[in-house]
Design a protein around this ligand. Structure first.
Ligand SMILES: [Zn+2]
Length: 217
């Protein structure tokens, strides 16, 4: 496992000699990690828990109300002496392109329709580095281990107010699917560049940027 620091993959993918038969997979449901009771929750189209509304002030317990603050409508405390504002900053989420044996793995979340695959994703735990988080998600969702995580880029998922931090990981071990994953698809390196991710535009961008970095690296 990589712990606490960025772990560049030691060998460029192009040197791995992948066959046309490989695999990869996608986003995971992560409903267990959210804020506490003062929020409304929902599950987005990617199968990820989202917090849509905070109802009460975490500082004083009064209700929050919509107010215009710094040019945007925000949830703010109704108690004049408190001043709390829920800034609703983007939530960081890690995403992993998984290199495994002779190819790459894509995953289908149990909430997705048949034929829809993408990357592994998940929230970052308390005080956890994103590199560690993506390695942990790999283990939790696929039962695989990675010694390194190569940073690809970060992407703003506006619809869900999430900041995706994407990595490529070289995984090993035996596949064992977590509770949220119902299907794995193996794709070759070449096939991934042409893969139809449907509405998952960010997944498409991550894959594009990964291959762009490999071609210049
Ligand atoms: Zn307050």
């Amino acid at each position: 496992m990589c712990v606490g620091q960025r772990c560049p993959l030691p060998i460029p993918y192009a040197d791995k000699g992948w066959s046309p038969e490989s695999r990869a997979r996608s986003c995971s449901l992560d409903g267990s990690k959210g804020h506490d009771i003062d929020v409304e929750r929902d599950v987005n189209s990617l199968g990820t828990l989202i917090v849509t509304l905070q109802r009460y002030c975490p500082q004083c317990g009064h209700a929050l109300a919509t107010r215009r603050v710094n040019g945007a409508d925000r949830q703010a405390c109704i108690e004049p002496n408190c001043g709390y504002v829920h800034w609703d900053s983007p939530v960081p989420v890690v995403a992993g392109v998984i290199v495994y044996r002779n190819g790459l793995l894509l995953a289908r979340n149990k909430l997705w329709p048949p034929g829809r695959f993408s990357l592994i994703t998940g929230y970052i735990d308390h005080k956890e580095s994103p590199e560690n988080a993506v390695c942990r998600e790999l283990y939790e969702e696929l039962g695989l281990t990675a010694d390194s995580a190569r940073f690809i880029g970060h992407y703003l998922f506006r619809d869900q107010n999430q900041l995706l931090i994407a990595y490529a990981l070289e995984a090993y071990g035996e596949l064992k699917l977590g509770a949220e994953i119902v299907e794995i698809r193996e794709v070759s390196l070449g096939a991934l560049t042409r893969y139809d991710f449907g509405p998952f535009e960010i997944t498409r961008a991550i894959v594009h940027d990964l291959f762009a970095s490999l071609s210049v690296g």
